[in-house]
Design a protein around this ligand. Structure first.
Ligand SMILES: *Cc1c(COP(=O)(O)O)cnc(C)c1O
Length: 343
């Protein structure tokens, strides 16, 4: 397996005080902490064992196939830095998609190759196979499904074709998978040694504020991520909060179903407004909506205290609207209706 750069394979990682000692102890004089207990005076567990145990039960994945990061942004950055030589290697993405892949690549002076999604917002698979076969500087492919900002999931068979064809790592970003009517790729981890699945606690789990993302992959890939991460990347407040939440809430099905119900309602109501041209099918907790005068309606909403995402520069005429509470959605609908009736 040669997914990673030579210097990464050869790296001898920093060994922190907390990962050198494994036994039971009650006097900790190894890490130069302040001994006075205030709840956060000790360094956190560098490998988040308790938290991974709980995540493992929910996701049915063994802790050695799991990496936890400071949001999904952290594994995205680590994977790019571990696989791509700056100024030489490239990543491949399918725009319009999540902006962080290209930003993380650019920060590292790594080129981003782009193959646009088709009119139906799906992968142009023939072109993709051609490009990955031809350009061996491409070291990683990012697939976002369900995709942000289009909201749809991408064709599973096409994704599998990439997994089977490409010799480097294929990252499938499943930030919105809990809202999807289809299951994702977690069950295929053992089948594809080059697969990395990203998920997050920021969306369906309602914990965007604690910054906690997940990467799932083979133990070989996970061990490399563990080797190159900042030693204490998940702070103690985040670990404790997540552990408490997961202990008390084994499932988010009810909340997710409620949001999906709201999404379907909002979709229907939007379509009944003059001025709304199209609402795209969504497997996520947002809707991509095509409207007349997107810039004007965007500013009108903002002036009324309602912030949505203007995506009209990437997808003609489109705003991306997150599903809010039923009261928030109602207010949004009333404000959009008012805009188009007074125009
Ligand atoms: C929101 C989102 C994430 C989550 O990022 P975090 O850093 O975990 O908050 C990841 N990928 C996509 C496509 C997203 O839209």
């Amino acid at each position: 397996m040669t997914f990673f750069k030579k210097n990464i394979y050869e790296l001898k990682p920093y060994s922190s005080a907390r990962n050198e000692f494994e036994g039971e102890a009650h006097v900790w004089l190894d890490a130069n902490e302040n001994a006075l207990n205030n709840g956060v005076n000790r360094y956190p567990d560098p490998y988040q064992k308790q938290l991974k145990q709980l995540v493992g039960e929910i996701k049915q994945v063994s802790p050695d196939s799991m990496f936890l990061g400071n949001g999904s942004d952290e594994p995205i950055d680590l994977l790019i830095r571990a696989t791509c030589e700056p100024g030489k290697d490239k990543i491949l993405i399918f725009p319009p998609t999540y902006g962080m892949y290209e930003v993380a690549a650019t920060i590292n002076n790594i080129e981003t190759v782009k193959i646009n999604l088709t009119q139906e917002f799906d992968i142009n698979i023939d072109k993709t196979v051609e490009v990955i076969k031809k350009d061996d500087a491409i070291k990683m492919v990012f697939v976002c499904s369900p995709n942000n900002p289009t909201g749809n999931r991408l064709d599973k068979l096409k994704i599998e074709r990439i997994l089977n064809t490409f010799t480097g790592i294929v990252v499938i970003d499943e930030a919105y998978i809990d809202f999807s009517s289809e299951s994702g790729f977690l069950q295929k981890l053992t089948h594809y040694p080059n697969l990395v699945v990203l998920q997050t606690f920021s969306k369906a789990w309602g914990m965007a504020g604690i910054r906690l993302g997940m990467a799932f992959a083979s133990p070989e890939i996970i061990s490399v991520l563990n080797k190159i991460k900042p030693p204490y990347n998940i702070n103690i407040l985040t670990q404790n909060f997540a552990v408490n939440t997961l202990k008390n809430k084994k499932s988010i099905t009810d909340e997710v179903n409620k949001l999906i119900e709201e999404r379907n309602l909002l979709c229907k109501s939007l379509l009944s407004i003059n001025g709304v041209e199209q609402v795209y099918p969504s497997d996520a907790n947002f809707l991509l909506v095509k409207l007349e005068n997107p810039k004007n309606i965007y500013h009108y909403l903002a002036n009324n205290g309602i912030v949505v995402r203007d995506r009209s520069s990437v997808i003609h005429g489109c705003l991306r609207i997150t599903i809010g509470t039923s009261e928030e959605n109602q207010l949004l609908l009333e404000t959009i209706t008012k805009f188009y009736s007074t125009e």
